[in-house]
Design a protein around this ligand. Structure first.
Ligand SMILES: C[S@@+](CC[C@H](N)C(=O)[O-])C[C@H]1O[C@@H](n2cnc3c(N)ncnc32)[C@H](O)[C@@H]1O
Length: 345
């Protein structure tokens, strides 16, 4: 079977990269078919483990908004004939509504909602339209002239990302990244439930919260006691219990066990102090300090400003950069998200 994933379009690459990373690390058996920005089909997904896949995807994904079971791939010219081939009475639970979403398409959404609604009624028995509280939601995504028709299986709740913006947490300090990006970075690090994730520049704990919420064990450290304490307050507030925090200079880091992933946003610019280490030097020192604290197959996902060249630094320590994404912050700052791992022998 096929799943239709509707994603955020707030970044051209990160939503797809996040989905790919989760599919990979959770061993989800599916072919990823990106249709366009904001729309991906998971093909040949095994039906057998579907409930578990739904649970994982709902719990983890930040930039994916809706997941539907794909019923039909058609286009504007063929919709009438193709809609007649679907066994609507078997798929729809008593009543339904059709909702159309356009991605780079100028079709008349209301017109197509009515049109497909009528076609469904004409090709089924004992089902009705219910626009206010439908048991079954039929989702159409229109892209150019193509139409992808699915039935909603899961809607991912994005309220958490609104409610946990840095200024809404009990401990606030400037410089914490938005929670959706933090969640995406945790996912890019390929960590799994129950594994240990470290943020050695944890600040207010934004990354640790996102990792804790998907079921990871988390450890955070920061050079300042005030930050360590603030991160603990925030983790408690979000109900995360499996955590440890320390206050420690990253150069002194010696973990009690090797970690399965490191996700972090090192200090740069004026809003965060580097604890007396000069500008780019902190990145070098960090790579040296972190290497021996990571398992051999662990991933590191980190943010950095565009003007810091990480390549020679990671080479020197024995890491490889495997993926990079650019996020334009303002005219003079682009943030780079890098996924890094130890060089394979
Ligand atoms: C960009 S902030 C991290 C923000 C964090 N992701 C959050 O959610 O609040 C960088 C953090 O690194 C800490 N820091 C600076 N120099 C450090 C050092 N040498 N070792 C450890 N932490 C350091 C700062 O105190 C600051 O909290």
């Amino acid at each position: 079977m096929e799943l239709l994933c509707i994603q955020s379009q707030e970044h051209p690459e990160l939503p797809l990269a996040e989905l790919k990373a989760v599919i990979e690390c959770e061993n989800i058996d599916a072919e990823i078919d990106p249709i366009t920005e904001g729309l991906v089909i998971l093909r040949d997904i095994s039906k057998q483990n579907l409930d578990e896949y739904y649970r994982i995807l709902t719990k983890r994904l930040g930039y994916t908004h809706e997941i539907h079971e794909l019923l039909l791939e058609t286009n504007v010219g063929n919709m009438d004939g193709d809609a007649a081939t679907v066994a609507w009475s078997e798929i729809i639970d008593k009543n339904f509504a059709v909702r159309v979403k356009r991605i780079r398409s100028d079709i008349d959404t209301v017109g197509y909602e009515r049109k497909l609604g009528t076609l469904i009624l004409d090709n089924s028995q004992n089902i009705k339209v219910n626009l206010s509280k439908p048991n079954s939601l039929i989702r159409v995504v229109a892209h150019d002239d193509d139409l992808y028709v699915g039935i909603e299986r899961i809607r991912l709740d994005k309220k958490h990302f609104e409610d946990s913006k840095p200024h809404k947490r009990p401990f606030f300090y400037p410089g914490s990244m938005n929670p959706k990006l933090a969640r995406c970075m945790v996912n890019l690090s390929r960590i799994k439930e129950g594994e240990l994730l470290l943020d050695p520049f944890c600040g207010t704990g934004g990354i640790l919260i996102e990792a804790g919420l998907i079921g990871c064990k988390v450890v955070g450290s920061d050079i300042y006691w005030k930050m360590q304490n603030g991160a603990s307050i925030n983790l408690d507030y979000y109900g995360i219990t499996d955590y440890r925090t320390f206050h420690l200079d990253v150069r002194e880091l010696k973990m009690y066990e090797k970690v399965a992933s490191v996700v972090t946003d090192p200090p740069y610019g004026i809003s965060t102090s580097t604890g007396d280490v000069d500008g780019e030097e902190i990145f070098k020192e960090f790579f040296h300090a972190i290497y021996d604290n990571m398992k051999d197959d662990a991933y590191l996902c980190m943010a950095s400003p565009h003007y810091v060249d990480l390549k020679p630094m990671v080479d020197e320590v024995g890491f490889d950069i495997v993926e990079q994404y650019r996020i334009k912050m303002h005219r003079s700052l682009t943030r780079i998200i890098s996924v890094i791992r130890k060089k394979l022998d």
